[in-house]
Design a protein around this ligand. Structure first.
Ligand code: BGC
Length: 382
């Protein structure tokens, strides 16, 4: 086992607050909060590494944080029922301070991002599957129901994507997390592990899947953005946004589609053509300018995760090796590496704005831990 594996677990443990929250990055002030998106993948990595206690405390932190703000949902329902616009602070936020409060220092942040709410329920279901900790579901029954109700109300609304951009659109990735939340909670309810609620979850999951298929596919592959419907015009894919590596999520882990579905085969092939550098790493999307648009560690691991699931072990291993080569002398994995920038002219401006690229990024370490475990499992199944 590479030393990076143990180091990654250590960095994640050091980055977990006594409250249970995982800091996105301890060395990058802008990321000194806990994102539900990053945190859920980090918890899943800890589950894969059999560090169940760490994941359990995180889920409790999420549960109490969501309940603190759950009253907002009545107001959202009222506004939606009466055609009153939803303001930026009426929604549940995407990131919180480590003691579970909304971040008020930066008023301009795009707080309306629904994917973290889908991802935490997916990760929670995985935690129960891997650890057998059924009791946790009853401890968290209120935030589970709150989240399902929230997602049921908002999933068709435009909101920020998983890169915190394009609030004017709906996103295939975010919808995939909603599908996984509805689907996984429905199956736990069928097993009588959680009391059911009034939402027909199975039916809703199918509606979300159908929505993605009808509105996000163009030219045979999955587009990342969907333009919401306005009056008589129906929702439509935003073709110029192109493909995005986060589309891997539609197959693994959210299983909205099978990897054998033609549209996903075409989408992954396009990601490999447009966004994978030979031997690694992986870009987010071609027009990325954030820190000049480098290759992301977590996306390289994500593609490797897909390869491992497909039995493409050698290719997964190549990506694991690439990630290991990116480790700094402190044993850190950054958010992205800048050797082959897509938009080098933009690098300096970000450096001046927020300082050097976040490193270590806990989500990068988490995805590496997941990849190592997935390759191990794939080898056992060979
Ligand atoms: C990324 C988000 C991530 C956040 C914290 C942002 O730059 O776009 O996906 O959740 O950083 O890591």
């Amino acid at each position: 086992m590479s030393p990076l594996y143990e180091r990654s677990i250590q960095i994640i443990k050091e980055g977990q607050s006594s409250t249970g929250a995982y800091i996105a990055s301890p060395n990058f002030p802008t990321y000194s909060y806990c994102w539900l998106r990053d945190g859920s993948f980090i918890a899943h990595a800890m589950d894969q590494a059999s560090e169940f206690d760490s994941a359990r405390v995180f889920f409790h932190w999420v549960g109490s944080t969501i309940q603190k703000y759950s009253k907002k949902i009545d107001e959202i329902e009222h506004r939606l029922d009466n055609g009153i616009p939803i303001g930026k602070d009426d929604v549940l936020h995407t990131r919180f301070t480590l003691d579970g409060k909304e971040v008020t220092e930066d008023d301009a942040w795009g707080n309306f991002q629904i994917d973290g709410y889908g991802t935490w329920l997916w990760a929670l279901a995985e935690h129960v599957r891997l650890s057998g900790d059924n009791a946790l579901l009853l401890e968290l029954v209120e935030p589970i129901h709150t989240t399902l109700r929230y997602l049921d109300l908002v999933w068709r609304l435009p909101n920020y994507d998983c890169w915190e951009e394009h609030p004017e659109y709906i996103h295939a990735y975010s919808l995939a997390t909603v599908f996984a939340a509805f689907n996984s909670m429905n199956s736990l309810m069928d097993q009588l592990l959680i009391p059911s609620n009034e939402i027909p979850l199975r039916k809703r999951a199918m509606e979300v899947r159908e929505f993605i298929l009808t509105h996000a596919v163009s030219d045979g592959y999955m587009c990342k953005h969907i333009k919401p419907s306005r009056q008589i015009k129906v929702s439509a894919p935003v073709i110029q946004s192109g493909v995005d590596s986060s589309m891997i999520g539609l197959v693994v882990p959210y299983q909205v589609f099978s990897p054998d579905d033609l549209v996903m085969q075409m989408t992954i092939a396009k990601i490999e053509r447009d966004l994978l550098r030979p031997g690694g790493g992986v870009y987010r999307y071609r027009a990325d300018v954030y820190y000049g648009g480098g290759e992301w560690i977590l996306l390289t691991a994500w593609l490797g995760w897909h390869y491992a699931r497909m039995g493409r072990i050698r290719e997964a291993q190549v990506l694991q090796n690439w990630i290991e080569r990116q480790m700094t002398s402190e044993g850190y994995l950054p958010e992205q590496v800048s050797e082959h920038l897509l938009a080098p002219d933009h690098y300096e401006a970000w450096l001046n704005k927020w300082g050097p690229i976040a490193s270590p990024l806990l989500w990068s370490h988490a995805m590496y831990v997941i990849l190592v475990n997935e390759i191990k499992k794939a080898k056992q199944n060979e």
